[in-house]
Design a protein around this ligand. Structure first.
Ligand SMILES: Cc1cc2nc3c(=O)[nH]c(=O)nc-3n(C[C@H](O)[C@H](O)[C@H](O)COP(=O)(O)O)c2cc1C
Length: 206
């Protein structure tokens, strides 16, 4: 039997909202029968700055390397927004992929995004949209979430996420935790993404 398709979930998280959501996305990927690992990009802020920002210790997951992009059939990127776009830490990681781009090493893979903002209107969609350019340049097929989970229609309470991917709202002081509905949306994203990757990998092997 051929090995399970691989999806690497690569995150940057300062206050663990994205890590929590990544665990739900991972759960969905596993439900789809896909091998799913969580990794994090290297931090670029000093310990002194992290302390001033009251950042807790990083989650206990390995540091991502470029091989983690190459070896995967699909990649899901997760990060909290910075001024409506990805954080510099993640950009530094992706900006080191020039050599892979030159070889077309990431073409024919799949990519998706999940995100976190402080407020409802803090730029969830712009964060996703401005990340899609990386997928386009690498020839990675971007997989949106669509309105695949009914919680995305909920207007009775704050629910992060959109057609672009799952998401959470952290509040300005980080006090709001990922809600059950947001976790369920994360599971849906993982499951749907995993199903697409699995179907493609099986088709290629035929
Ligand atoms: C420099 C900086 C810029 C930020 N810009 C935004 C922003 O544009 N919109 C927003 O809603 N939140 C913004 N935030 C809040 C972060 O997105 C929030 O802390 C993050 O989503 C929490 O996720 P995490 O716990 O996984 O790090 C910003 C935070 C920092 C430190």
């Amino acid at each position: 039997m051929s090995p399970a398709p691989k999806v690497n979930i690569i995150i940057y998280t300062l206050y663990h909202h994205i890590y929590t959501l990544a665990l739900s996305v991972q759960e969905g990927l596993k439900e789809a029968g896909v091998d799913a690992k969580i990794l994090q990009v290297p931090e670029t802020l000093s310990e002194e700055i992290l302390e001033k920002m009251h950042a807790p210790p990083k989650p206990d997951v390995p540091i991502a390397t470029l091989d983690d992009l190459v070896e995967a059939d699909g990649v899901l990127f997760g990060f909290g927004t910075r001024f409506g776009q990805m954080p510099a830490q993640f950009k530094a990681f992706l900006d080191s992929t020039g050599g892979l781009w030159a070889k077309g090493a990431l073409a024919q893979k799949f990519g998706g995004i999940f995100f976190s903002t402080a407020s409802n209107h803090g730029g969830q969609e712009t964060t996703a949209m401005t990340t899609v350019t990386y997928f386009a340049h690498h020839g990675i097929t971007y997989v949106p979430l669509g309105f695949a989970n009914p919680h995305l229609f909920n207007v009775e309470e704050v629910v992060g996420g959109s057609a672009w991917g799952s998401g959470t709202i952290a509040n300005g002081d980080g006090s709001r935790q990922v809600s059950d509905k947001e976790k369920e949306i994360g599971v849906t994203q993982g499951k749907n993404f995993g199903t697409i990757v699995k179907t493609f990998v099986a088709g290629k092997a035929e």
